[in-house]
Design a protein around this ligand. Structure first.
Ligand code: ATP
Ligand code: MG
Length: 415
């Protein structure tokens, strides 16, 4: 029986012109990392696709599922690898069609990148089609709208045959779009926002502000669980945790109640930008969605945004909560975000937050405490935890190693 490999399809990479090989090579590296728990034999580019083969065994659904979660992958098929032998690849086509589930109609779609092969695509279609018609006498051939298409792809001395594909997450390989710092809470929105920019090729460095020491560290562990849930996509290299509780208390004593949240958020943005500059990240990312809560009105977004010079990306700005929650389910962060944990957002909350802050009042509040010293101290006190899921993550040079109270948990893959 012919071997089975993962035949990986990508879309957008194909549009990248001269950069195409950079994108393809990055996808190859990311696939290797994502599959490090499997006995991967080779991951290589062939003629507009990537082939993943395992050592000593066939690729199966589980491997295909892991491949499908890697950004840049549009679809993945489990393909039979046959010799240039019409009996062998026709038999593989019969198998592939048997495995295709319920169907009434089918067609064969042959392609050749090996133009020296004696059979042309029309001949291949006819030859394999007639074998399939013999094996499946009660099914119809429909060349326009078939329920199943059997692909027969002649490339580099082999014939790859498959009939089914699993959709991939799409997007671009992580590592092709630079680095971003994402402001991560354990809520529903920011994990989804992180995943969205990661899917577009960015290496993500989450920064989480916890309420420690005024709250427990539960939110920090939930954020760590979120990063682990994102692991199959390979987008996070390091997460920073900034214990913010003590400084929030100082702010809550210094500024008018209604401006507390805006002031906390100005500090959070300033600290995140400082970390971004240390990391060489080129943008900040938040999970804000217009009008969702008091801090997400246009006035308040402006009052916080003026703190930073880097672009702030808000991939969810036009999304409804329902859409965000659906996406959270798809990417595996929903259950984690459903657990409530006090973080800095629940600490020292005013009864009536300002929804349309006036800039002069925001500035007066800002000047009522030593914000520069606070920002310096918070950057200095930031802790971090590294994850080895992202092959493109490079830690900043010169950032002295600091003991972190967090340690990565070894994910239990068999759970
Ligand atoms: P989320 O569900 O992501 O927590 P939210 O609906 O609770 O968002 P806000 O609390 O207003 O909304 O936060 C808006 C954005 O600010 C979040 O999406 C996130 O990017 C950032 N943010 C909020 N809390 C924190 C935190 N504790 N640490 C880091 N970033 C945070
Ligand atoms: Mg929140």
């Amino acid at each position: 029986m012919p071997r089975r490999v993962c035949f990986v399809h990508y879309h957008e990479i194909g549009l990248k012109g001269k950069n195409r090989s950079t994108f393809e090579n990055q996808l190859v590296r990311n696939l290797r990392r994502a599959l490090r728990d499997w006995p991967v034999g080779s991951v290589r580019r062939i003629s507009g696709h990537i082939l993943v083969s395992l050592e000593g065994r066939d690729a199966d659904e589980e491997v295909a599922r892991a491949v499908s979660r890697v950004p840049g992958v549009a679809r993945v098929s489990l393909a039979y690898v046959c010799a240039l032998d019409s009996d062998e690849f026709s038999a593989a086509a019969v198998r592939a069609l048997h495995e295709a589930g319920d169907f009434q109609s089918f067609k064969v779609h042959a392609r050749r990148s090996l133009t020296t092969y004696e059979l042309h695509t029309l001949e291949l279609n006819r030859l394999v089609g007639s074998v399939l018609c013999g094996e499946f006498p009660d099914k119809r051939v429909d060349v326009h709208h078939p329920d199943v298409t059997v692909y027969v792809y002649v490339v580099q001395g082999c014939v790859y045959v498959y009939a089914a594909s699993m959709p991939g997450v799409g997007g671009l390989p992580v590592g092709t779009a630079g680095k971003v710092v994402t402001l991560l809470s354990s809520g529903f929105d920011s994990p989804v926002a992180t995943w969205m920019v990661g899917r577009r090729g960015a290496v993500c460095v989450p920064v989480h502000f916890s309420g420690r020491p005024m709250t427990a560290d539960t939110s920090e562990w939930l954020c760590q669980d979120i990063v682990q849930a994102l692991e199959p996509s390979g987008m996070v290299g390091r997460m920073y945790v900034v214990p913010f509780g003590e400084r929030q208390r100082e702010i809550s004593l210094a500024v008018p109640q209604g401006l507390r949240i805006i002031t906390y958020r100005r500090v959070m943005f300033a600290v995140s930008e400082r970390i971004a500059r240390l990391e060489g990240a080129k943008a900040l990312v938040t999970g804000e969605s217009l009008g969702q809560v008091a801090s997400q009105t246009l006035d308040n977004i402006a009052a916080v945004n003026e703190m930073v010079g880097l672009p702030v990306l808000r991939p969810l700005i036009g999304s409804d909560k329902q859409e965000i929650m659906r996406r959270a389910e798809e990417i595996g962060t929903y259950d984690i975000s459903s657990q409530s944990a006090d973080d800095c957002c629940t600490l020292f909350m005013p009864r009536r937050p300002e929804t349309h802050a006036r800039m002069d009042e925001v500035h007066a509040a800002w000047d009522s405490f030593d914000h520069d010293a606070m920002i310096d101290e918070l950057v200095e006190e930031a802790e971090y935890v590294d994850f080895d899921q992202c092959p493109s993550y490079r830690p900043p040079r010169g950032l002295r190693a600091r003991h972190s109270s967090l340690a990565p948990i070894e994910p239990d893959r068999n759970a």
